[in-house]
Every structure is written in structure tokens, then in C-alpha cells.
Design a binder for this molecule. Structure first.
Ligand SMILES: Cc1cc2nc3c(=O)[nH]c(=O)nc-3n(C[C@H](O)[C@H](O)[C@H](O)COP(=O)(O)OP(=O)(O)OC[C@H]3O[C@@H](n4cnc5c(N)ncnc54)[C@H](O)[C@@H]3O)c2cc1C
Length: 404
């Protein structure tokens, strides 16, 4: 039996290795279009490769996928984050968890993961062919015919497609030709541009906050990083993932409401200021900060509220105090455009999940055809979840199980 894996990324390698492990007699070939395999693994996580997330409850793990949660709940039962840790450990690559749950190789070097996958392929006899441009796929009487740009053909008994995400629907034309529906791809995991907002002067400042997209239910809580183009950080990236589709519809022109106290309500903030009013009375405004916000940020908010930073607190007018409380709990910023997050970006959209079986990854349309990785309409938030989806779906696809 010949198994062809189309795409030499994380999912493709896991699929190929799993096929070789589960079908020792099979000839397994990974066809990669570019001249480099595993290029995203290499650059991922800033060169450290955030392999997975230390989340060992499958339901909880699946909740980190804006698209694919229900599908993955079933798939994780077959190959979980714990299985990923074991898989690499058994092959001599130990992983460590950071405080926020992200897991990296102890070497802090993505090269450990790349080398491990390449060595495994050598050991298991998985062939890797780079620079192979497949332009046509036909399913003919149980055999797949893959046509190349130069006119030659490769035949396969089983085909596993792991070509990753593509920014445009055209990128999936081979799959549409096989009868699969493609959910319109849109980018996920990006940061917000705020060209008109003076807050950009505070680049580098991090403030834990709750951010909500104005006029919607979309909101997230976590650190916000001010950048020279706008806002980034976990709270923004989560919003970009959960809102990937709706923010795309808005053309990335919208406003956000920010509670700089992680959701503390206005009445509580008002009470906090009142309770400590005797303590603050003789202080300069810049030294009155009940919430220990970064100094530069506090001065910025005072300025926005029209309060000179060296004004004695007792002399601050009621209107300005109210404005400050409003800014702390319901500040507003205009977003105009997005910027790709350099550490990790993914495509939302791809092969429609109702056309793929979550326990085998086999197509419901074409027998013997399997999918894995980002080519599917699955994407996670940052933190190692995207690779976990690639490992899980790749491993399952490589088992080449048939629907009973
Ligand atoms: C800069 C960056 C950093 C990231 N860091 C992390 C991280 O630390 N942790 C995390 O969980 N996720 C991270 N991600 C996301 C993660 O890399 C992807 O979700 C993951 O690589 C998807 O794996 P895949 O194998 O499905 O697709 P890919 O890794 O995209 O691999 C697909 C492969 O298929 C090839 N291909 C495409 N079309 C064809 C074709 N027609 N024929 C043959 N080959 C083809 C491509 O050249 C590519 O090599 C990062 C992404 C980026 C861009």
C-alpha cells in the first residue's frame, strides 16, 4: 500500500509517522511543495516552538478552539496533549510547561522538535520529497492520481492532505475539485492598529484589562500590551481569534471598550476612591493610584481625563474625577486595520468539518482520503493549541482507519 501525505508541516509529519507506525508494510511518502519541510515548526514560538499546552482535560483543551471545539472534543479522546508530551518524551525530547501553561522543549530550541521528526522519518523509512508541485488530484477506482506541473504522476492508495491554511479560497482548489466544501478562509491571531490613538506613545506598557468590541458580545480578559501601532497581548489576540469572522466582516474598522481594571465595575471604583479619600487628599494626582497601574499609563489616563498630574487630589474637580472613573472602567479606542502577530498566526476556515469524521479524519465524500492540521476549519488561540490540533489530527489520520 502506498500512502501519500501532501504537505510537509507538523500535521504532515505526524500523519506520515503514524501511518508508518500503524502500517509497517506501507510505503509512506511526504510530498512538500516548497524546498523546506517543517518551516513553521522551525520559526514557531519565536524559535522555541510552543509544542502544546499543559491542559490535560480534553473538554477544557477543546474550549480553546474558536473553530473546531466540538469536533476536537472527540479527536482529543484518541490523541491528547498528554499523548503529545509522551510522544516526544519517548523519543528523547522532554517538554517543560511555563507558568501560563505553554509547553516548550527544555532546550528552548525548535530545532529539537524538527530534528526529532526528521530522525523518526529516517528510522521508519518515511520518504520526504521536496519541491513537488501537485496541480491535479483525481480519485479513480480506489486510487488517487496526483498530477504534477511537469506532467508526471504519482499514484496513491491512501491520500492524507495536510497542506495547511491558505489566505484565499483558491489555495484549496485541489480539494474543491475532490468535492469538498471550503469554509471561506479569514486570518486569525492578529493585533489591532490604532493609528489615531495617542496611547501608542506608551509602547511596551502592559496592563491587565477586559476588552470588548463595541456593539457586540465579543470580549476577553488578560494582559494588553501597548505597541507602537496599537494594542497586542493575550487579551487582544484572544479577541482576534474569537472574532476572526465578525471583525473581518467589519473590515477591521471598529471600536473597543476597555476596562483597565479587568472588569471592576464603576460603583466599586467610585467607592474605592471615596474610602481612601482622606489618604489621597494632599497627594499630587500622579501619586494617587489605588490600583497600582504602570506609572506612565496612570499619567496618560490623568491627562486624558483633563487632570494635571501635579494637581493636589483635593483640588481635582468632580467632572474630571468622574471622567477618570469612566476611563478606568469604560475607555474607548478606535481600531483601524490589523497587523499580523509575528509569533503565531493562523487561518480560520478551510475544509468544512461536517465533511470529515473526527475519529478517523477520513473524508465523508471520498473513500481513502484523509485530512489533518490547519487545512481543516480548525484553529485555536495562541498557547500551543494550533500545534496540538496538528499533532492530534495528524496522528489519527495516519492510522488510516475506515468508517465501519
Ligand atoms: C510565525 C508562526 C509561528 C507559530 N508558532 C506557533 C506555536 O508556537 N505554537 C502553535 O501551536 N502554533 C504556532 N503557529 C501555528 C502553527 O504553526 C500551525 O497551526 C501549524 O504549523 C499547522 O500545521 P500544518 O501541518 O497543518 O500546516 P503547515 O505547518 O502550514 O504545513 C503545511 C505544509 O504544506 C505545504 N503545502 C502547501 N500546499 C501544498 C501543496 N499543494 N502540495 C504540497 N505541499 C503543500 C506547505 O508548504 C507547508 O510546508 C505558528 C504559526 C506561524 C505562522
Amino acid at each position: 500500500m502506498r500512502v501519500v501525505v501532501l504537505g510537509g508541516g507538523a500535521a504532515g509529519f505526524f500523519a506520515g509517522l503514524s501511518a508508518a507506525e500503524h502500517h509497517p508494510g506501507a510505503e509512506v511518502i511526504i510530498l512538500e511543495r516548497s524546498t523546506k519541510v517543517l518551516s513553521k515548526v522551525r520559526i514557531s514560538g519565536g524559535g522555541r516552538c510552543n509544542v502544546t499546552h499543559a491542559c490535560f482535560r480534553n473538554r477544557q483543551l477543546a474550549a480553546n478552539y474558536p473553530r473546531g471545539e466540538r469536533f476536537l472534543r472527540r479527536s482529543f479522546e484518541l490523541f491528547s496533549a498528554r499523548d503529545t508530551v509522551h510522544w516526544f518524551e519517548e523519543r528523547g525530547v522532554e517538554l517543560k510547561a511555563e507558568m501560563d501553561g505553554r509547553m516548550f522543549p527544555v532546550s528552548d530550541d525548535s530545532g529539537s522538535i524538527v530534528d526529532c521528526l526528521l530522525n523518526e522519518c529516517t528510522d521508519r523509512g518515511v520518504r520526504i520529497e521536496q519541491g513537488t508541485n501537485i496541480t491535479r488530484i483525481e480519485a479513480k477506482e480506489g486510487v488517487f492520481v496526483l498530477g504534477m506541473a511537469n506532467g508526471s504522476e504519482i499514484l496513491a492508495d491512501r491520500l492524507i492532505i495536510t497542506i495547511g491554511g491558505h489566505p484565499k479560497k483558491d489555495g484549496y482548489h485541489l480539494l474543491e475539485a475532490l468535492g469538498h466544501s471550503i469554509v471561506q478562509p479569514v486570518p486569525s491571531l492578529f493585533t489591532f492598529n490604532m493609528p489615531e490613538e495617542p496611547i501608542r506613545e506608551l509602547m511596551g506598557v502592559v496592563v491587565p484589562a477586559r476588552v470588548r468590541v463595541e456593539g457586540s458580545d465579543l470580549q476577553s480578559t488578560g494582559p494588553v500590551l501597548i505597541t507602537h501601532w496599537g494594542m497586542s497581548g493575550p487579551a487582544i489576540l484572544k479577541l482576534s481569534a474569537w472574532g476572526a469572522r465578525s471583525l473581518h466582516t467589519l473590515g477591521y474598522e471598529f471600536a473597543v471598550r476597555v476596562n483597565w481594571l479587568e472588569g471592576l465595575d464603576e460603583a466599586t471604583v467610585r467607592r474605592d476612591f471615596h474610602t481612601d479619600s482622606a489618604l489621597y487628599a494632599r497627594r499630587r494626582a500622579e501619586n494617587v493610584d489605588p490600583y497600582k497601574l504602570p506609572k506612565r499609563f496612570w499619567t496618560f489616563l490623568l491627562n486624558k481625563a483633563g487632570i494635571p498630574k501635579d494637581l493636589i487630589w483635593d483640588s481635582v474637580g468632580k467632572k474630571e474625577r468622574n471622567r477618570l472613573i469612566d476611563l478606568l472602567t469604560n475607555d474607548r479606542y478606535t481600531v483601524s486595520g490589523k497587523t499580523t502577530f509575528k509569533e503565531e498566526f493562523v487561518t480560520a476556515g478551510g475544509v468544512a468539518l461536517d465533511e470529515v469524521r473526527p475519529l478517523t479524519m477520513e473524508s465523508r465524500k471520498v473513500e481513502g482520503l484523509y485530512f489533518a492540521g490547519e487545512v481543516l476549519d480548525i484553529d485555536g488561540i495562541t498557547g500551543g493549541f494550533n500545534f496540538q490540533a496538528a499533532w492530534t489530527t495528524g496522528y489519527i489520520a495516519g492510522q488510516l482507519l475506515k468508517h465501519q
